[in-house]
Design a protein around this ligand. Structure first.
Ligand code: UD1
Length: 420
């Protein structure tokens, strides 16, 4: 028996909601815990399926994990294995991030090529080219990367694209390399900065100047304690849902500065967004107006909020244009939103034209990836009638307690079993 989400839409969201720690920060931080044998304590770790996958991965590689309270994880012990289990890497692309810590600590790592979200081709060429620049010999056999380096050596690396995962991978390699590494055109996402701060907490020497990251390698890192930054993508998803339902609610425990792109777009669309110190209040008392949105690496508009904001624009006044420039196939939500009455055309593989309609109606839809799933939940909450969302395993990868959170905001939704 699998589950689906039943949403009886049309109720404005009201109240307050707390955002958990960021998935995209917790995952690299957990991988980075392999860089030391000393105890590492991570706080504000979100209880998510993807986090569970990374915890299984580092446990498989030799770490002991204690969950001291619901959101705190204590990691101890050394590395017992240099080969990452295929099943875990295929399940989640971010597992590939264990490559550098393994390489740095045990000189040889075997990591299968990654799987993960079904959003276009997601190669790892930038990761591997960067690691070669640091003196790694890269081989490939049976779909697995075999990386060897007797000693990693610092170097200058220019990234053709400011890839988040590549920047994180190279930071974790550079901290154990001999000498200085300078990464040019590195990713500037807050989650990358969170990894830098965590590595510094463990004794690394890293300087960040915009997209240039300078790392002076150290022999060994030590243990430490660190709190994962709040999840701006979960926060942004809730902000959009509040606006889409014409609600009035506050999203707590976020960093408003990391949500600026969304805040300014929403204001442009006529929605009131008030920033507090650690909170954002959204008042959706006007029908939103059309927008032009173009996804870009940070500080541009996040690709992870492209599907959610597209759902909002289906009920906005006028014609919106959404351009996806980060991934080459991230429109899994479009066909499903159309089933709910959305008027969306796809003139080319990176563009959406959205003609706002007066309202959506409930339908049977399927989530094909995490953020497409979030956009269907938003559409369901905003629509009349009942929406049935299947494919919940995708949504569960990135959103913890989604049902409870929306119920606290007065929404009517529940999980129900379906026969396969
Ligand atoms: C991370 C996030 C994901 C987000 C994405 C972009 C995590 C766990 N996931 O994914 O939620 O959508 O950043 O903000 O943090 N690319 C290459 N070669 C490479 C690496 C990447 O061509 O070696 C391309 C990708 O195919 C994609 C683009 O670069 O088109 C961006 O990817 P990247 O920034 O690396 O995203 P991820 O780290 O996979």
């Amino acid at each position: 028996m699998t589950e689906q989400l039943l949403i009886r839409g049309g109720k404005p969201l009201e109240g307050r909601i707390k955002v958990p720690g960021a998935k995209n920060s917790a995952l690299p931080l957990l991988a980075a815990s392999l860089l030391t044998d000393d105890p590492v304590v991570l706080k504000n770790v979100p209880p998510l399926k993807d986090v569970g996958t990374m915890l299984s991965m580092i446990r498989e590689l030799g770490k002991n994990i204690e969950t001291t309270d619901q959101r705190t994880v204590r990691i101890t012990g050394g590395i017992a294995k240099n080969s990452a289990p295929e099943e875990l890497v295929r399940r989640m692309r971010a597992s590939f991030l264990v490559l550098s810590p393994l390489l740095g600590r045990v000189r040889e790592a075997v990591v299968p090529l990654p799987g993960g979200c079904n959003i276009g081709t997601r190669p790892v060429d930038l990761h591997l080219n960067g690691l070669s620049r640091l003196g790694t010999e890269i081989g490939q056999a049976d779909g697995k990367i075999i990386a060897r380096a007797k000693k990693l050596r610092g170097n200058e690396i220019f990234l053709d694209y400011p890839s988040v995962g590549t920047t994180e991978q190279l930071l974790m390699a550079a901290v154990g390399a001999e000498g200085e590494t300078v990464i040019f055109n590195g990713a500037q996402e807050p989650e990358v900065r969170d990894l830098v701060n965590f590595l510094v907490e463990l004794g690394a020497d890293i300087e960040v100047d915009g997209s240039i990251l300078t790392v002076r390698g150290a022999d060994e890192l030590h243990g430490g304690e660190y709190e994962v930054l709040p999840d701006r993508i979960a926060g942004g998803t809730y902000m959009i849902a509040i606006a889409a339902t014409g609600g009035h609610a506050t999203v707590d425990e976020v960093r408003p500065s990391t949500l600026k792109q969304l805040t300014l777009k929403m204001r442009k669309s006529g929605i009131t967004v008030n920033e507090g110190v650690n909170s954002v209040e959204v008042i959706g008392d006007n029908r939103p107006k059309n927008l032009e949105v173009r996804t870009l690496p940070y500080p541009g508009f996040p690709t992870d909020l492209q599907a959610p904001i597209s759902a909002l624009l289906t009920i906005a006044e006028g014609k919106s244009v959404v351009k996806e420039t980060v991934f080459d196939s991230r429109f899994g939500h479009v066909a499903e939103l159309r089933k709910m009455g959305a008027d969306i055309s796809v003139p080319n593989s990176s563009t959406l034209f959205i003609n706002g309609t007066d309202g959506l109606r409930g339908a049977k839809v399927e989530a094909t990836d995490i953020r497409a799933g979030a956009s269907l939940v938003i559409a369901g909450l905003a629509s009349s009638g009942t929406t049935e969302v299947s494919g919940l395993e995708h949504i569960d990868r990135g959103y913890s307690q989604l049902v409870e959170n929306f119920q606290d905001l007065n929404a009517e939704l529940e999980r129900s079993k379906i026969d396969e």
